[in-house]
Design a protein. Sequence first.
Length: 186
Amino acid sequence: RVDEARQQAERQRQALGAAAAARAQREAAPRHGQAVAREPMPENATSEYMRTLAAGITCDERQPSPPLHRFVLNLRVRPDVPAGAYLEAEFENPLDAHKPLRASVELRASGFPEVKREDLSLLSPMFDTVRCRNYEVVVRLYRGQASRELLGTHRQTIQSRVDSALWQAYGENAMARLLEQGHLCP
């Protein structure tokens, strides 16, 4: 019992230290986003050719420490966009805003006659550090992968309600805290 109490006190001390470190890091970092723990989620964007259906950040807690995250953007493309059109997304990189995380998808599904996908998902590469703030993604729609004729651009804000430093500090209790509070932010 005494060991359990000590371990719990140590975990709470680490969590408080991680929260203070995350707060100090956030205050010292350039402001691309803003603190979000109590802010409403950003609206789903609509552009000339696309509409956001959902946007968020996933966390794969099964991975070895630290857990890995990725941005997810679900879009609906207008029916008049040609089959074979190509989308490229640039997700803001939480570690380096000058090196975006990239994803792409073609609006062509297998089948005969040619079938066009209208609902699709863009998934960023995995990353291990995320902060509680807003991140930007820009999607460019091209007539085709080879032609590179730009048809339109779509912008969406994705909000993180998870701070990876706190996730690590809370350990096995991180998911319970996230579900209880609706965020894991300092």
